[in-house]
Design a protein around this ligand. Structure first.
Ligand SMILES: Cc1ncc(COP(=O)(O)O)c(C=O)c1O
Length: 359
């Protein structure tokens, strides 16, 4: 990792567009704030960190990201409490993960000082876009793209690291029914499934569209070799409640090491819920659904936090989940979101208070 050498340049917009935004009607990830953070990699070093007005970036059509898909990203959120303090949730985990993703795609690691300096300054600058109150947050999308020109299949020597921000409200996905994958695969042993590589998502779109045409909102991916083990969904890790035990698959090189997932495992344990992290067989979940012991299934990820699943289909057999009075999913979501936004104690030290910076 290089030492941070360049100071952060900040260019503010003349007129904020915030007054034209209806904060009560935000479609997730479609409205962006006034500024973005951009940093360049060239001559073997990250340099020229800059916050500037949000807007298009210009690139040569031969830039390698367009041809070879060297692109990774992250998803994180900032929250504001009633005293106006800004918090993030385990941002160092996102920083470490984007560098893990980059390494797998032969891309350079980003500098930690640039990351936090850029993020903290950007959040101070965009503070008005972070609304206090339950369910409000600012979604942050850091990403890295290969910008070197030339259509030769080799790693780029130039990159851009960018952070854009989108105000978000509660993420209601409506009723979620899922299809257990028995043909297509999201990832394979030795592949890039653990990385937040852009191409992982493109590869899921087609099979997910097929599932949507059949009335399912998501696919739960299974292992590519046997399709016998349940792994994760499109942008979420998956939990199953059988009896009073929560089950979730262990991470591997096929599964994204979700920050919500790992936090929920600890949170559930701290609440006295029995959690088993182990390979979860399709057959045991089908059996549990048949004998009535499958009580809940939910997805876990930054965007929705927890997204309850109301039913699943495996090889044309459909199963509905019961409606519970007090599901673990709702209880854990309430606890985790309160902790994230400084409305609950944080015995784990997960919350990160964004320092106040004059901008
Ligand atoms: C494939 C995949 N799995 C799981 C997750 C959940 O990860 P996290 O909880 O860190 O958001 C995401 C979203 O980031 C994802 O894209």
């Amino acid at each position: 990792m290089n030492m941070m050498t360049d100071t952060l340049k900040v260019t503010k917009i003349a007129d904020s567009k915030i007054s034209s935004v209806d904060f009560n009607n935000l479609a997730f990830g479609t409205v962006f704030t006034d500024h973005m953070f951009v940093c360049e990699y060239k001559n073997g070093a990250w340099q020229n960190p800059e916050i500037k007005p949000y807007g298009p970036i210009s690139m040569d059509p031969s830039a390698k990201v367009f041809h070879y898909g060297q692109a990774v990203f992250e998803g994180m959120k900032a929250y504001k409490d009633d005293n106006g303090k800004i918090f993030m949730f385990r941002p160092e985990e996102n920083f470490n993960r984007i560098n893990k993703s980059s390494e797998r795609l032969a891309m350079p690691a980003f500098d930690k000082d640039y990351f936090f300096d850029g993020l903290n300054t950007l959040l101070n600058l965009e503070s008005d876009w972070i609304k206090p109150g339950k369910d409000n947050s600012l979604y942050l999308r850091p990403f890295v793209i290969a910008t070197e020109n030339g259509v030769s299949a080799s790693p780029s020597t130039e990159y851009k690291f960018i952070i854009i921000c989108a105000p978000a409200q509660a993420y209601y996905s409506g009723e979620v029914k899922v299809l257990f994958a028995d043909h297509y695969s999201r990832s394979a042993d030795g592949g890039v499934g653990f990385a937040k590589a852009a191409g992982n998502y493109a590869a899921q779109f087609y099979p997910t569209e097929l599932a949507k045409q059949k009335g399912y909102q998501q696919v739960v991916w299974t292992d590519a070799n046997t399709h016998e083990y349940l792994e994760e969904a499109g942008t979420m890790n998956v939990f199953f409640r059988v009896g009073d035990t929560l089950l979730t698959a262990p991470t591997s090189d096929r599964i994204l090491d979700g920050i919500t997932r790992k936090s929920l495992i600890e949170l559930a344990k701290s609440e006295g819920i029995n959690v088993e992290v182990r390979p979860v067989k399709v057959s045991e979940i089908v059996e549990a659904a048949e004998n009535g012991t499958l009580k809940e299934m939910f997805g876990a990820g930054t965007a929705a936090v927890i997204s309850p699943i109301s039913g699943f289909t495996h090889k044309d057999k459909e199963f509905d989940l019961p409606t519970l009075e007090e599901p673990y999913g709702a209880r854990l979501k309430q606890h985790l979101t309160a902790l994230q936004a400084n409305r609950a104690e944080d015995p784990f030290g997960w919350r990160y208070e964004v320092p106040t910076i004059a901008v």
